[in-house]
Design a protein around this ligand. Structure first.
Ligand code: NOJ
Length: 582
């Protein structure tokens, strides 16, 4: 979603000394002893509320709809729900533009229903993560309404204002992630305000201590309601220094997070995960090393942006290259092995559907969706499942960009068409990478509107819902859903999956992603064929002729490793290894 330009706009990290403080933990086993926090062996499920379940029939998902599906989530076995924003909002960016952090958008329900959701989830041992969107507010937030009234308004400095250049143009050339300038002129006060997303999402000024205190107060208010923590929207942007053109990883970022930790969640037993498009593994350590008291973990996107054009970004997709992917994953597993923690995901509400991107959504939809799940869930870190992933939902091909119902797709479509890109080329980018692919309503059953709503859904439904839906998946013991269920159960049963060391196998192989996890004498080998072809493998010496327990597979159990292995298209399995095969 962000251009290459913005990724590169990072401040030099001059705090190399901080990396060295990690001497506290030296092995995985010690790290496990030092921090057996509940979130290390949790599996998290993301709900995009507009598209999950609509109880009142107005065509938009709601809190009552989510409450009605908690039993389903309990059956799946997840421990945490990350709830994309449900706060009061004009919905310019589907809720990522908040006008009241302490109230619920009427289309989603009421505060009382939110409290009921927290309580009903807790009864099922499920915690709720709220989405903390504090890089910016909505332009309808009372702070911004006040701020734009006059230059001396007490709220003026809650936002970032600069004078025009002498010719009246914007202060500089910085661009918004949704297209156009990052500056919007405000005629009433004769200055520009800064916005990294839509012009209806003005950036907060985190250099102002009052902003920090207001946000801390609000966070504590939610924590007092018993939530399980926060997912922090584009949190790597809050330390920005606009005058030096620094947006990500700004000089104030880590001190701000340490202050936030101390003032809010630090003393509570909660999970915090930051969305950080600009994180490298070394930067991720700064966020997630426990001794630094910042966050539990961050989302990194290096494996995602591999499939984007390096200059042009997501709208010019690039073929998936498994060797590059293995290099990236291996690096993150290694650097965060003992200090810090990884979050593991294939997709979310901003990304296309995993099976469409990395698997085969046609002939091998079921096999490849299971393979992707296995490949991810045995890695070290905390796995995230995005709604519908557990039934193998796929991308859509809508005719018009409007059908994707997304400020980013629409904004960039307009900008790029005006710059001469053809409609066809732009639509190919949208089919591959538009956020709308993930946001079509959830498929609950084969009835009208996929059982999502009794009314007309706010967004078109993927026409394949009659085949791909929850009711069918629950009834079929061989479904993708039951595969996910097994993976979640295994993570709870085998500490090696949570804490074990990671070792890559068959590293140079262009089609196979294989690795081993080890903790004491527990050893698990995971082998995944990322291609639709048969693959013949010659196993390395230390993996030959071993027998074990078949933990999970997508073509029937595998419990012996010979010298030679033949893998079926998208075949994938995990074996807990024990004795040499007779
Ligand atoms: C990241 C969110 O995930 C995305 O959906 C949103 O549009 C931007 N941040 C702005 O809040």
């Amino acid at each position: 979603m962000y251009s290459r330009r913005n990724f590169l706009k990072t401040a030099a990290i001059t705090t190399a000394g901080l990396f060295l403080q990690g001497g506290l933990y030296t092995t995985s086993a010690q790290a496990a002893q030092a921090g057996p926090e509940w979130w290390r062996n949790a599996v998290i499920y993301q709900i995009y509320p507009r598209s999950f379940a609509d109880a009142n029939g107005d065509g938009t998902g709601d809190l009552a709809g989510i409450i009605g599906k908690l039993d389903y989530l309990q059956t799946l076995g997840i421990n945490v729900i990350w709830l994309s924003p449900v706060f009061r909002s004009p919905m310019d960016d589907n809720g990522y533009d908040i006008s009241d952090y302490c109230d619920i958008a009427p289309e989603f329900g009421t505060l009382a229903e939110m409290e009921m959701l927290i309580a009903e989830a807790a009864r099922r041992d499920i915690r709720i993560l709220m989405d903390l969107v504090v890089n910016h507010t909505s332009d309808e937030h009372p702070w911004f309404i006040e701020a734009r009234k006059s230059r001396d308004n007490p709220y003026r400095d809650y936002y970032i204002w600069r004078a025009p250049r002498t010719d009246g143009s914007a202060p500089d050339e910085q661009r918004s992630n949704f297209g156009g300038s990052a500056w919007e002129f405000d005629a009433t006060t004769g200055e520009y305000y800064f916005h990294l997303f839509s012009k209806r999402q003005p950036d907060l000024n985190w250099a102002n201590p009052q902003v920090q205190q207001e946000v801390h107060r609000m966070m504590n208010w939610w924590l007092d309601k018993g939530i399980g923590g926060f997912r922090m929207d584009v949190i790597d942007l809050i330390g920005k220094d606009v005058d030096r053109g620094i947006t990500s990883n700004g000089p104030r970022l880590h001190p701000l997070l340490q202050e936030m930790n101390a003032a809010t969640f630090g003393a509570r037993d909660v999970l915090t995960v930051g969305e950080t498009w600009s994180a490298t593994p070394e930067i991720a350590k700064l966020y997630s090393e426990p001794a630094r008291r910042e966050l539990s973990m961050v989302f990194q996107f290096e494996h995602i942006t591999l499939t984007w054009d390096p200059q042009d970004g997501k709208w010019t997709p690039r073929a998936f290259d498994l060797r590059e992917f293995k290099g990236v994953i291996g690096k993150w597993q290694k650097v965060l092995a003992d200090i810090g923690w990884n979050s593991l995901f294939w997709n979310n509400h901003d990304l296309p559907r995993a099976v469409s991107k990395y698997g085969d959504p046609g002939r091998y939809r079921i096999e490849s969706a299971k393979m992707l799940a296995t490949a991810l869930h045995f890695l070290k870190g905390t796995p995230y499942i995005y709604q519908g992933e557990e039934i193998g939902m796929t991308n859509v091909r809508f005719e018009s960009v409007e059908d994707y119902q997304d400020a980013e797709s629409l904004g960039l479509y307009r900008e790029r068409i005006a710059a001469g890109v053809s409609h066809e080329a732009m639509m190919e980018g949208i089919y591959a990478n538009s956020r709308g692919n993930a946001r079509t309503p959830m498929h609950w059953d084969a009835s009208e509107h996929a059982g999502f709503s009794h009314g007309k859904p706010w967004m078109k439904i993927n026409p394949n819902y009659r085949e791909i839906n929850v009711a069918a998946a629950l009834d079929d013991p061989g479904s993708i859903f039951h595969h996910y269920r097994t993976l979640i159960r295994l993570r709870k049963e085998y500490p090696v999956i949570v804490y074990g060391d990671y070792r890559p196998l068959l590293d140079a192989h262009p089609q196979v992603f294989a690795y081993e996890r080890q903790l004491g004498d527990q050893r698990i080998v995971v082998i995944n064929n990322f291609s639709g072809q048969l693959v013949e493998l010659e196993l390395p010496a230390d993996l030959r002729d071993l027998a074990g327990e078949s933990l999970v597979s997508n073509y029937g159990p595998r419990n012996v490793l010979g010298r030679h292995l033949t893998l079926q298209p998208y075949e994938s399995f995990a074996i807990a290894l024990g004795t040499p095969a007779a």
